[in-house]
Design a protein around this ligand. Sequence first.
Ligand code: ZN
Ligand code: ZN
Length: 236
Amino acid sequence: MSLRRSKLDKNSVYYRFAHKSQVLEKIEFYGKEIAIGDLRHTIAEKQKLPKVDLQILNESTGEVYTRDGHLLRPNVIVTVRRTPIQTQKKPAVLNLEGADILSRVKRAKTAPQPKPEPVPEEKAPCPPEYLCSLCTGLFENPSIAPCCGRSACLRCFEAQPTTICPLCKRQRAEDQKPLPNPRLADIIASLNLDFFELPAVTVARQAAAARGARNESSLGKSKLAASGGLGSGNAP
Ligand SMILES: [Zn+2]
Ligand SMILES: [Zn+2]
């Protein structure tokens, strides 16, 4: 393994279960913050519990974290509650993420148990945790910079000089290549994109990918058309 973890800051957050509040446990992670999804996953693994029925709540603010993409700073203490698994028609826990941030924040203060919400009529803006700061689109093949622990699309890293980190602008050695961030990739893959207003960059990429797929299936035989396809490059 060539993971150069020693180059990353090692940090911790703490958690305790609501029903045994005297036991404070520590979760260590590399980088400046940990995603709620990662934390939930790690706690579930450690405690051998299903990830979906863990509710995570900030002890000092009372905020209930419902989005897996929410990033926690080091040394935060959270309370973990086991919640009954929802037996709704749609079991996907990520469906409601970011759908209505304001009312969720209010609810978090008044009632700690979030209820499933109906599909919003208006789409919510895509939460910044899911967006690459380099291209402003939804992460694609998210990779993590060893120097600062921040993530960007693989292609965005590759489009930059290899000697300077495009995220923190620090010099980096040739062997400090961005590492795949499979957890973030999973989170992005599990998002229900119907709920979000996607960034223009992502919409354009999806359209290009769909065009590519269509061309491949319908023009599979007549590859001669390739030059025509490239020629019509100017999108409206
Ligand atoms: Zn960096
Ligand atoms: Zn990007």
